[in-house]
Design a protein around this ligand. Sequence first.
Ligand code: AMP
Length: 221
Amino acid sequence: MIPGARLILLGRQGAGKGTQCVRLSRHFVVPHISTGDMLRAAVREGTELGVMAKRVMDAGSLVGDEIMVGLVRERLSQPDAVGRGYILDGFPRTVPQAMALDDITAQLPIDVVIDLDVPRELVLERLSSRRVCSDCGTNYVAVGVEKLPWICEVCGGDVIRRDDDTPEAIDHRLDLYEQQTEPLIEYYRRQRRLAVIDGVASPDEVFRRLTIAVDSAHRAS
Ligand code: AMP
């Protein structure tokens, strides 16, 4: 039986979290829980949460802690997450969210918190060429010679630039990451639950480093 896992992936926007989470989720057979994807789904569905979240997301700001904690609490109580675990991507993003998560996971604690480390200059470059399928979320890199409209190879959806991948919003999100999310790295380091992984390598190599970090956390527990 393939062991499950309870993981948090931290890292700047554009560090490759999305891509690696998909691979980790297949490898450990656990759901990939991305709070950004949950909010984008709410935007598509036009729910009350979606209307509010769209405004906040387009500005590159953060949705309130209380709403986010409620969403994650609900998701982590589902049978798949309770039974096998999960990979949390995009949550927690603030210290209050991390404290709430400690409470939510008191019975089944997180195995390891991974900081996927890629320098700001490099993610800026990556984000400005990032494109994404508006239906299934597959990531693409624009090199400037794509035929338009760009159709997703996986599901046939439209490949677009995310509304929050404008240069102003990217800058704002990276500033917010430094102010609000980097303190989390210290928070988890103090709890001795942090593994820092150098994310500047090929996707295969980064994946190899990540699975080694998770396996060694499993062996230590
Ligand atoms: P992401 O796809 O993780 O980059 O998230 C996209 C946007 O969703 C962020 O820029 C925030 O506006 C919002 N968001 C996602 N996760 C959170 C969170 N944990 N706390 C607050 N806002 C969030």
